[in-house]
Design a protein around this ligand. Sequence first.
Ligand code: A2P
Length: 268
Amino acid sequence: MTDSQIKPVPTLPDAQTVTEVEHYTDRLFRFRVTRPKSLRFRSGEFVMIGLMGDNGKPLLRAYSIASPAWDEELEFYSIKVPDGPLTSRLQHIKVGDEIILRPKPVGTLVLDALLPGKRLWFFATGTGIAPFASLMRDPDTYERYDEVIMMHTCRDAPELEYGRQLVESLPDDPLIGEFIGDKLKYYPTTTRDDFPHKGRITDNLTSGKVFADLGLGIDKLDPATDRGMVCGSLAFNLDMKDVLEGYGLREGANSDPAEYVIEKAFVD
Ligand code: A2P
């Protein structure tokens, strides 16, 4: 074959190459892809990613970037929905495959959408931990707050594994460990099997259990000092909105920072 007969491999528009894939359960997996040189984002933002559909059109969904801004690659954490248009296919990606990534990050779960405070709470169910996987690795998080509390709830312990491994690796991380010190507290719970701490985030807040278990010396969130970021299912987000507003926290936005921000964990 001569050079002129070699056809270039067709490349997707905005293509990025998969560099790592790790499966946690039959419902959850994580993957890493190359990062477009031009992509700048704020921790907590999401981008549209996906695959080319059978009809030749890109099939894209919103995915929070789970990696920190200083990482040279991008990480995503995903659910696998058996008949989900995208994730039923995305779950089979392998190292070397290409995905489509539109390099336009947006989102409300950013530190700039919150007024300064003392204590920052991350509230997540399921894959809603993804934006916090980025924010927990951002030095700015620890420069702005004295204490950071990651509450994460899943049905069972294997579903908590991605978050557990990440949080436990952070104190020894050569880049971020020194910023974290003893500021980061982790409160994982399950709702459907045995685990050291059980129960929904909403219940563990309203009952005061999380404050007692962490020895925080408080019995409620205080709008003067506490800030919250929420990411989970629609039902969870709505219930959390009620709980946080019950404490007197107000919803903020990029253009109008306040005491908490909220975003749906995007699923198929
Ligand atoms: P539960 O098991 O009591 O439904 P899912 O995997 O269905 O997305 O759920 C993830 C976690 O979020 C589960 O532990 C689930 O608890 C919890 N959850 C679901 N809905 C709510 C809600 N409205 N408020 C608080 N937690 C919720």
